[in-house]
Design a protein around this ligand. Structure first.
Ligand SMILES: *Cc1c(COP(=O)(O)O)cnc(C)c1O
Length: 621
């Protein structure tokens, strides 16, 4: 979030074209019998003026002229002498070069109304600024902070004038600050400070024209000149270049948008990496081979992530959020006279039962409430007394509470009775090791925006091919018929029926690559576990109590009770943490007041520590 803008003075906010010092530099060298060019006088602009004198003298052509004229190299005494000519000459003309550049006053008012502080740095000395600030104030320009090189001991390109502004105005970190200037040394100052360094074209010293000269230029020449100045700033490393100060508010919005303003500590969508977001900037044709070959590779990669026995399984991608894919599996796998047993202990299990009900599928629901694990004795009993059951569905990580259900033990019982085994591994696949073959899972469902760390837009199924083949003509839906989707992808070499979410798919490919680069699911599991352990220990230390006993926790998301003995408001807590850069999640259970904190996505231990200290600040406020 941008909290402050620090402007240069001459050429940026006053003195269009930065002419005051220019003429004086030319004059003092002339008095010594040395003719310097406008270009030479301008080049070091932005530096502290004494450094500027030395920089001109150090230019090979000027050094040579000096040596010829005085029969020796220039020395520090010459710098002092020239500067002693410079200062009074400049002081006498300075008040005439303090006109405010167009746009500065309204833009500063607009920035201030958004709570943005206005600071300033300059190549002028404190003594010069005493004149400049008085004149500028008469014309309405009064920044919140003015720092000169004498205040901090050294000028540009060192960053210390910026740091002093940041200290005085309470601005941090550096990426919450924008520096705007019109010279190369301005750009360098910004870069050295680590703030956003922005060059301004119109009225700049780099452009070097007076306002009337500039206005008189034909439009095409203005554009051409602007291009050259822009290139000079970018070559110097500028983060952004603007034509006039009027573009600053939009630029600030853009910078704010480009920075992830907060981390999502939620069950999805999650915080994704910049590289995952970046690959979405290209458009793809769904018909083209370039795109479809990506799909085929992705399907193979998903099967590899799900099992070592890759030849027995296939992967199918399905448009929509995760629930659409769950619905496609329930609606496509259970035959017309089949019966589905749903094991539920939370909202996502309940959702499977609801889907089955809407689709008019015979359904038996085995519910163990919100805070207890599935009852496996009951499961066996249900399978025993209901021989009609053909399919059994269970959620792996019940995201409602964060509970991790024992699908291995459940699977063993389900397979003893030879039932088709469906697992909603939405919030665990990619973050917790699962081998569908070892666990005897026939259909596993997950989606793009959970532990694989992609963005939302589609789900996928890892299916045992022999079981999938039995599903022809069973679907209760056209678009959610994942058997037909599979057929389409097989015969069309990766083609989706109906428009596919191309950008999301591309981001997902990048996410799969990054999962591999992290060290695969084992490494990601270790990171998530460590995040969750750090979170729970830290929260306990702060006095919070987790809803579940530790043995039932998943490394994905954790529910905490509201703190006791205080007027706790979740909304207030939420808003405070959001302001500090962390978005958490409300609770989802009916029997107790809870909230949830997720730790999946591009989240690392240091982020958890950051969150914990923000929570600590909230509590002691
Ligand atoms: C996220 C999630 C889903 C799917 O939710 P959508 O909002 O449809 O993406 C399903 N089951 C579980 C366990 C989940 O965590």
């Amino acid at each position: 979030m941008i909290k402050g803008v620090i402007f240069d003075w001459a050429g940026t906010t006053i003195d269009f074209g930065c002419f005051a010092p220019l003429n004086v530099f030319i004059e003092i060298f002339n008095n010594k019998g040395i003719a310097i060019t406008v270009q030479e006088a301008r080049e070091p602009m932005g530096m502290l003026k004494k450094d500027h004198v030395r920089a001109i003298l150090s230019m090979p052509r000027v050094s040579k002229l000096w040596a010829e004229k005085f029969n020796r190299e220039f020395n520090e005494n010459d710098v002092e002498e020239l500067y002693s000519d410079f200062e009074p000459a400049l002081m006498s003309i300075l008040p005439d070069y303090t006109d405010i550049i167009d746009g500065v006053l309204p833009i500063c008012a607009e920035l201030r109304s958004k709570g943005i502080k206005i600071g300033s740095t300059t190549g002028y000395t404190r003594k010069m600024m005493e004149v400049v600030t008085v004149e500028a104030a008469k014309k309405g320009y009064t920044p919140d902070c003015i720092v000169t090189a004498d205040d901090v001991g050294t000028g540009r390109p060192h960053p210390f004038m910026l740091y002093r502004n940041m200290q005085n105005l309470g601005l941090y970190p550096p990426k919450s600050v924008v520096k705007v200037g019109d010279t190369i040394t301005d750009i360098q100052e910004g870069l050295n400070a680590g703030v956003w360094s922005v060059g301004i074209i119109t009225g700049s010293s780099e452009m070097g024209l007076t306002e009337s000269e500039y206005r008189a230029l034909p439009e095409t020449e203005k554009i051409e000149l602007g291009k050259q100045v822009k290139k000079t700033f970018f070559d110097a490393g500028a983060d952004y270049v603007i034509n006039t100060i009027n573009e600053l508010p939009v630029l600030i919005d853009e910078i704010n948008d480009s920075q992830n303003q907060y981390l999502l500590l939620t069950p999805g969508p999650l915080t994704t990496t910049k590289s995952v977001k970046n690959v979405m900037l290209k458009d793809w044709c769904t018909w083209d081979n370039d795109y479809n070959s990506i799909i085929q590779k992705l399907r193979c990669d998903l099967v590899k992530l799900a099992t070592n026995k890759t030849s027995d399984y296939t992967a199918i991608l399905m448009q929509g959020s995760g629930t659409f894919t769950v619905e496609s599996v329930i609606g496509t796998t259970v035959e017309q006279n089949g019966t589905l047993l749903v094991i539920t202990n939370g909202a996502y299990g309940d959702r499977i039962a609801e889907i089955a009900k809407v689709l008019k599928i015979n359904t038996i629901v085995q519910d163990s409430g919100e805070v207890d694990p599935p009852d496996l004795v009951k499961l066996r009993e249900n399978l025993q007394i209901n021989p009609d059951i053909t399919h059994v569905a269970i959620v792996h990580c019940e995201t409602t509470t964060g509970m991790l259900n024992d699908i291995e033990a459940a699977g063993k019982i389900i397979k003893e009775y030879n039932k088709v085994f469906i697992v909603d591994a939405m919030s665990s696949f990619g973050g917790i090791p699962i081998d569908v073959s070892d666990l005897q899972i026939d259909f596993l469902v997950s989606s793009a925006n959970k532990c694989i760390q992609g963005v939302p837009g589609f789900g996928f199924i890892v299916a045992k091919t022999t079981e999938l083949k039995k599903c022809k003509d069973r679907s209760r839906s056209l678009s959610l018929n994942f058997y037909d989707q599979w057929q389409g992808m097989e015969s069309g070499s990766g083609k989706w029926r109906y428009t596919s979410p191309t950008h999301v798919v591309r981001a997902f490919c990048q996410a799969v690559l990054e999962l591999e680069q992290e060290g695969g699911i084992t490494a990601r599991y270790a990171r998530y576990k460590n995040n969750q352990k750090t979170l729970v220990n830290g929260m306990k230390h702060l006095g919070f109590k987790p809803l579940l006993p530790e043995s039932l926790h998943s490394p994905v998301i954790t529910s905490f009770y509201y703190p006791e003995n205080c007027n706790f408001s979740f909304i207030d807590f939420y808003n405070f943490l959001k302001g500090e850069g962390y978005v958490i999640y409300p609770g989802k259970i009916s029997k107790a007041q809870t909230f949830r904190i997720g730790n999946i996505g591009d989240i690392h231990e240091k982020n958890i520590w950051g969150l914990l200290s923000a929570i600590e600040v909230y509590l002691i406020r």
